[in-house]
Structures are given as structure tokens and as C-alpha cells.
Design a protein around this ligand. Structure first.
Ligand SMILES: Nc1nc2c(ncn2[C@@H]2O[C@H](COP(=O)(O)OP(=O)(O)OP(=O)(O)O)[C@@H](O)[C@H]2O)c(=O)[nH]1
Ligand SMILES: [Zn+2]
Length: 189
């Protein structure tokens, strides 16, 4: 939290409460700016982390076949409205030259990338590009499905609408058969 100005967030939250017609000094709201400042520091802590760093953990394993970690839950904040969008990420790659990373590192990269003001498309491509750069695999395929609260509780108000984004890199950009195999694994219960 070293890079986060908690006092500034507190001031801002107090101002928002005043601006919407609340009394920030009433008992129930007295600690709210402090709570929100700590919450924002937590929800945006990915701004101070680099997903690529996790992929420094590599093992030399002779496996040049598919690795897929699916159903990784994540919560992010839409950068347009600062309300949550959340869902599941599925991260697949095909290692090259025996360079495999720890499975948890794929989930950590999702977590770090999500904990920023974000767009779903950018989360998807950042994860894919980080894996390509650090592990130099034959290919990467990242699929994210999410529900956006800015489309649910306000604006167009369409609860249940899901957005799917997919980014393929390397051989998975052109290998449709391998991509469909990955999609069928993702759909498997
Ligand atoms: N591409 C993309 N758009 C997003 C994402 N999250 C929210 N949005 C959209 O960002 C757009 C912002 O549109 P604006 O017209 O500037 O804002 P607005 O008036 O609040 O839009 P409405 O949501 O349509 O009421 C909306 O269409 C949102 O649905 C995302 O992750 N990716
Ligand atoms: Zn939004």
C-alpha cells in the first residue's frame, strides 16, 4: 500500500458523500471514508505489481503439450464507471523447450491484472502477452467471461448478460483445431 495516498481517497469519498446529499458526519458514515480508502488500496493493488514477474518461476519439464488452468475467478473494476465486473478466466499455453511455470502463477497473473481500473479486453491481452514474453511458449489462449455491473445495476440494466473475450497468440492464432480442443476442455464440467 506504500504507493497509495489513503488520505486523498478519504477526502474524495467524503466529498462524494457530501455531493450526493449525505451527511458524512452522521454516525454510520463516520468511518466510511477510511474503510473505502483501504478497500480501494486493496482493489487497485495490481497497479503496483507486474504480472510478468510471476513467470520468473519456471521449471524445466519436458512437456510440450497443452496446459490449461480454467475457471479462475476474478473481480475487477470497470475503468469507465468504477463499478465491478467479475467472472472467470481460463488460461492455456503450450510450453516450448521445457519451460513451464507454476500453475498458481497463472492465477496470480489474472489477479494482479484484474486489480486495476480495467477493460475486459485489456485484462485478456495483458495476460496473454505476459506469458508470451516471459515463457516464449508455442502458443497462448486466454478466454475471459464476465458480468459487468455497469450493464446490470445501471444504464442498460441487463443482468445476466455475459461478455466473452478471447486472445490467441503464437500457433494458437492459426490452429483452429487446438483452439476448439481448449474450448471443449473449458466447457467440460
Ligand atoms: N469494451 C469495453 N467496454 C466496457 C467495458 N466495461 C464497460 N464498458 C462500456 O464502456 C462504455 C462507456 O460508454 P459511455 O457512453 O462513455 O458511458 P455511459 O453513458 O455511462 O454508457 P452506458 O453504459 O451505455 O450508459 C459503455 O458502453 C460500457 O458498457 C469493458 O471492459 N470493455
Ligand atoms: Zn462500466
Amino acid at each position: 500500500m506504500a504507493n497509495v495516498d489513503l488520505n486523498k481517497i478519504e477526502e474524495a469519498v467524503k466529498m462524494i458523500l457530501e455531493a450526493v446529499g449525505e451527511d458524512p458526519n452522521r454516525e454510520g458514515l463516520l468511518d466510511t471514508p477510511k474503510r473505502v480508502s483501504k478497500m480501494y488500496a486493496e482493489m487497485f493493488e495490481g497497479l503496483h505489481q507486474d504480472p510478468k514477474e510471476y513467470f520468473q518461476t519456471v521449471f524445466n519439464e519436458n512437456h510440450e503439450e497443452l496446459v490449461l488452468v480454467k475457471d479462475i475467478p476474478f473481480y475487477s473494476m470497470c475503468e469507465h464507471h468504477l463499478v465491478p465486473f467479475y467472472g472467470k478466466a481460463h488460461v492455456a499455453y503450450i510450453p516450448r523447450n521445457g519451460v513451464v511455470t507454476g500453475l498458481s502463477k497463472l492465477a496470480r497473473a489474472v489477479e494482479t491484472t484484474a486489480r486495476r481500473p480495467q477493460l475486459q479486453e485489456r485484462i485478456t491481452s495483458t495476460i496473454a502477452d505476459s506469458i508470451m514474453e516471459m515463457l516464449n511458449p508455442y502458443g497462448v489462449y486466454v478466454v475471459i467471461e464476465a458480468e459487468h455491473m455497469c450493464m446490470t445495476m445501471r444504464g442498460i440494466k441487463k443482468p445476466g448478460a455475459k461478455t466473452v473475450t478471447a486472445v490467441a497468440r503464437g500457433i494458437l492464432e492459426t490452429d483452429e483445431v487446438k483452439r476448439s480442443e481448449i474450448l471443449s476442455f473449458i466447457q467440460m464440467k
